[in-house]
Ligand binder design. Structure first.
Ligand SMILES: [Zn+2]
Length: 156
């Protein structure tokens, strides 16, 4: 029995929403890299502007996607031929990018001798990213602050 194939041309609307598989992979890969980088900064109790990283990526990603569609039509994009360079992810954590706006104490209840007492456990450092004014708050435990002060003293 001969196979019957009904082919339907994608509508303009479908084409507009079409994202080549290779581009989808690139986007996922970027998210993984960015999340990994952000976690590194969280561990170091340093600010990282994930918002700017995502926005910059979105700009180059969309530009690339648009170009691919213009050149060959979205339906014939060869995934292996997509050349794409990610924005440099380190720069979103560079110290000079941020301005410290506020420092607020973190007070949590701790049990001492069976009694619940409020105790200073660290500080929230509230930064503003100079690039787009994004707010970033970082929790710095007291132990880390003491260590930073000691290192500073040692240098004097
Ligand atoms: Zn930012």
């Amino acid at each position: 029995m001969p196979e019957i194939i009904i082919e339907r041309k994608p509508t303009t609307e479908e084409l507009r929403n079409y994202i080549p598989v290779g581009m989808q992979t690139l986007e996922k890969k970027f998210k993984q890299l960015r999340v990994g980088m952000e976690q590194e900064f969280v561990r170091k109790h340093k600010p990282y502007c994930a918002r700017c990283a995502d926005l910059d990526f979105k700009d180059v990603w969309e530009e690339k996607k648009r170009e691919l569609e213009r050149k060959v039509g979205p339906q014939v994009v060869v995934d292996t031929k997509i050349i794409f360079s990610y924005p440099d992810l380190d720069k979103y954590g560079i110290e000079s990018r941020f301005e410290l706006k506020n420092k607020t104490p973190i007070i949590r209840d701790v049990i001492m001798d069976g009694v619940r007492v409020p105790k200073l456990v660290g500080h929230y450092f509230e930064y503003v990213c100079k690039e787009r004014g994004c707010g970033r708050a970082v929790e710095v435990p007291l132990a880390e602050l003491d260590l930073a002060i000691e290192i500073k003293k040692g240098k004097e």
